[in-house]
Design a protein around this ligand. Sequence first.
Ligand code: SAM
Ligand code: SF4
Length: 479
Amino acid sequence: MPKGNYQLPSLKDAKIRTREAVKVEHALFKLPEQTRNLGVGRKFYLRTYGCQANERDSETIVGILESMGFSQTNEEQDADFILLNTCAIRKNAEDKVLGELGMLKKLKTTNPDLIFGLCGCMAQEEEIVQLLLKTYNQVDLIFGTHNIHRLPELLYQTMMSKERTVEVYSKEGEVIENLPVKRFGKHKAWVNIMYGCDKFCTYCIVPYTRGKERSRLYGDILSEIQELKDQGYKEVTLLGQNVNAYGKDLGIESGFANLLEEVAKIGIPRIRFTTSHPWDFTDDMIDVIAKYDNIMPAIHLPVQSGNSDMLKIMGRRYTSESYKSLYDRIIKKMPNCSFSTDIIVGFPNETEEQFQDTLDMVNYCKYDLAYTFIYSPREGTPAASMEDNVPEQVKSERLQRLNELVGLYSNMNNQKYVGKVVNVLVDGLSKKNDQVYSGYSEENKLINFTGKDVHEGDIVRVKITDVKSWSLNGEVVSD
Ligand code: SAM
Ligand code: SF4
C-alpha cells in the first residue's frame, strides 16, 4: 500500500448493533483554524448518486466546503477538488461510479494538484475500498457516511501531505447537530429525522453502510422545520430509511405519529415523509396523516414482493395479507391517497407463481408509481450467499412484464384527474419547454401547466386537461 493515512471499513464491525443510547453532539460545528481559508481561490465539483439521504448529505458537504472558502463549479475541468458522493444499493450504481473515476483520471494529467475524493455508501464497503486502493490510484481521499463532519481535517491532511487519506468509521458515530448546510431547493427542503437502519432485509446493504437506527431529538427537528418555515420554505420531506421507527432508539412510544403531528402544527404548507416500512406503519400514523391537510396524501410503501414466502426470505417482517390490510386501512381513511412502492424481481429462486403474486399485488394496490429493480447481490448480505436458479433472461422478462402492468395503472390513475383542479407547488419552468411550468400536486403527481403570473414557490390551482405516461398537463385557474 502506498504511503498515506488509512482507517479502513470492516463489514463485520458494521453489522454489530449495541443498545447504547444515542449521544447527540450539540457542540456547534467549528471549522478547525488551519482549514478556515483552505478553499479560498479554489473550486470544487461534487457529483451525487443515489437516494435522498445522499442528496441531503451533499447539502452538508457543500455547506462545509463553502465555509472553508471553496466555491462550487459545474465543470469538472475547472475543479481543484472533485468529490463523488456514491451509492451502493445495486451493482449498477457502483459500476457507474467506477466508470466515472476512469473517465476523470485524465484530468490529473493537466492538473497534477487536483484532489479526487470518494465518499458515501461505496466508501463503507470493505471490498470496494480494497479495489480502489489496488486499482484506482487517482483517488486521494476516501471518507464514509459517518464522518462527513471530518471533511475539513481530512482534506487539509490530503492537501498538505500529498498522500492518500482513507478514514472510514465502520461503527456509526453520534448524531451531530449544527453542521453547515447549503439547501439545494429554495422552496422544498429535506429534513433528516433519523439515520441508519436496523431492519437487515436480507438483500440490502443499507444497515451496513448507514449504521444503526439513530433518531434526532424532537426539539432539533422541530426547530429546523420552524426555521425553514420562517425562511419561506413551502414543503419539507422528513427523511429516514424507515421513518416509522422514529424514536424507538430513544425509548419514545408512537414516536413518528407524535412527531408528524407536531410538525403539522408548525403550519408549513406541505409535509411529506419517506420511507415508511409497512411493518412499523401504525393506525396512529394513519389517523395523524388523515387529520392534517398539510400532510400530503401520498404514501411510499415499499412492498418488494407480493408473495408471503418470498417476503419471509427477504426478512421483511410482514405478509402479503398484512400489507393488503394496511393498504385497505389507509385508503379507507384517505380515499384520495396516492401510493408508490418499490419492487424487486428475480430474488434468488423466485418462482413464476411467486412473481405472479407480485403482479396480483400490483393489481390490488393499483400503484400510482413503482420503482422496480432486478435483484442485485450485495457482498456481505445474507441473500448474496443464497444459490440462485433464476436465469438473467427470465429476470429481465419479469421486469418488463411488471413495468407494463405498473404503467397501465399509472395511466389509469392519471386519467381520473382529467377535469379536476389540483393544488400545485411550482418548481419553475419545465425542463423541456420554457413556455410551460412544472410542479407537483399534493398527491405527488408531476404537473406541467400554463398560466399567467406564475412564480416559483407559489402554490397554484391547476385544472388538468390531459394525461401523459408519467405526468399530467393543465392550466392555472383562478377561483
Ligand atoms: N428503506 C426502504 C424500505 O424499507 O423499503 C428502502 C430503501 S432502499 C435505498 C430503496 C430500494 O432499493 C428498496 O426498497 C429496494 O426495492 C431496492 N433494493 C435494495 N437492495 C437491493 C438489491 N440488493 N437489489 C435490488 N434492489 C434493491
Ligand atoms: Fe434496506 Fe430493509 Fe433497511 Fe429498507 S428497511 S433500508 S430495504 S434493510
